[in-house]
Ligand binder design. Structure first.
Ligand SMILES: *Cc1c(COP(=O)(O)O)cnc(C)c1O
Length: 383
């Protein structure tokens, strides 16, 4: 086989990103500084300017900061979907609180609002939603449930930049905090990094302090300020979650390209939808408007009449030089959550059945039309 291996995911890094990183390296200011500040301002602008944004060194850090700022503490319960990456649940444990896992809606693969409602107890303090693959959750119902039971909402928007719920961008809804990820394989990258967004100034203030050791002003403010540069006050045992300028340098230019990236992803999703119709597989859940989906992932489900199992499908695709992946191994199957919370697959029938036959096929901006055509043809030949 002459064709080079087509990886499951690759970032698109241009000369602008490279030059900006080099500029940071030459400037002497490599950690959090002017570029991180500009990246935050640009990101908030992109979301329409009614939110504030804090750059962090991962979405996981951002989710931890969010729950801490909302006052989640030991013994509290936070509702999370089982169909997510472990980061969503682990941050709840960082605070000594307990994740309460719920099933998904099989029509969307997102957290099922009815399951959320059924899981509420007098210890529940917050709901974490995950916009799986980049498709927004049923936020109208989630927000209504949260208001009715006086619960906070944190959006794990690791897949959802940019996604829209109805006509509003994720990050601008009536929730408490939204956190985006810029990990290498996400819809834009800073190598490692994330952005925490909120419309509530008090939450932003708390997250900002806890992001850097519980210090009341960050290093760059000190550098700029008229008061003595060496003076600071530590008011909490905080964390070390700031984004360095070397990462923000990448993010500044990725953000400028995000609309082009998104158009390409939508175009590719439409091509897969057409090219993979009429096969023994289910196409991904679709919003009313294809452009409202971020298309971070393109998860297909092999149906019962498929001639290969999911596992065989992935092996055979790899033999044809195509990388695939599985999103996700649900958390009720991961030893730490399964064993500590005595979780059983039968309690999560929709997530468990999705896991058995789902596969994510490659979709990223530097794939060529020819690459995508090859993926489509290979799937036809396999099925
Ligand atoms: C990638 C991912 C995260 C973690 O993002 P990091 O930036 O790597 O911390 C969290 N939640 C979901 C659903 C993810 O896919």
């Amino acid at each position: 086989m002459n064709r080079p291996f087509l990886p499951f995911a690759l970032p698109e890094i241009g000369e602008e990103e490279i030059a900006e990183v080099v500029d940071s390296l030459r400037s002497g200011w490599v950690t959090t500084g002017p570029k991180a500040k500009r990246f935050e301002a640009d990101f908030a602008d992109y979301l329409g300017g009614e939110v504030q944004a804090l750059a962090v060194n991962s979405a996981t850090s951002g989710l931890h900061l969010a729950l801490e700022a909302l006052g989640i503490k030991a013994g509290d319960e936070v509702i999370v979907p089982t169909y997510t990456f472990t980061a969503t649940a682990e941050v709840v444990r960082y605070l000594g609180a307990h994740p309460v896992f719920v099933d998904i809606d099989p029509a969307t693969y997102n957290i099922d609002p009815a399951a959320v409602e059924a899981a509420i107890t007098d210890k529940t303090r917050a709901i974490m939603v995950v916009h799986f693959a980049g498709l927004a959750c049923d936020m109208q119902r989630i927000i209504a449930i949260a208001k009715q039971h006086d619960l906070k909402i944190v959006e794990d928007a690791a897949h959802a930049f940019p996604s829209r719920y109805q006509d509003k961008l994720i990050g601008t809804l009536d929730t408490d905090v939204t956190v985006f990820s810029f990990y290498a394989n996400k819809t834009m990258t800073t190598a490692e990094g994330g952005m925490l967004v909120s419309r509530h100034p008090a939450i932003i203030e708390r997250c900002k302090i806890m992001r850097l050791h519980g210090i009341s002003r960050d290093a760059f403010d000190r550098y700029q300020s008229k008061t003595p540069a060496w003076y600071y006050e530590v008011i909490e045992p905080g964390f070390k979650y700031n984004m360095p300028d070397i990462s923000a340098a990448i993010g500044l230019h990725q953000l400028k390209k995000i609309n082009r990236f998104h158009e390409k992803r939508c175009l590719m999703a439409a091509r897969y939808n057409a090219g993979l119709a009429n096969l023994p597989l289910a196409l991904p859940p679709m919003p009313d408007n294809i452009n409202h989906h971020a298309w971070h992932l393109y998860p297909i489900r092999l149906t019962d009449n498929a001639t290969v199992s999911r596992d065989e499908f992935i092996i055979k695709m790899a033999e044809q030089q195509i990388g695939c992946s599985v999103h996700f191994i649900p958390l009720h199957r991961q030893p730490v959550w399964r064993d500590n919370y005595q979780l059983q697959s039968s309690s999560f029938p929709h997530a468990d059945s999705l896991f058995q036959n789902v596969v994510s096929i490659p979709l990223y901006t530097i794939m060529t039309d020819n690459d995508q055509q090859y993926v489509i043809e290979t799937i036809h030949a396999l099925l």
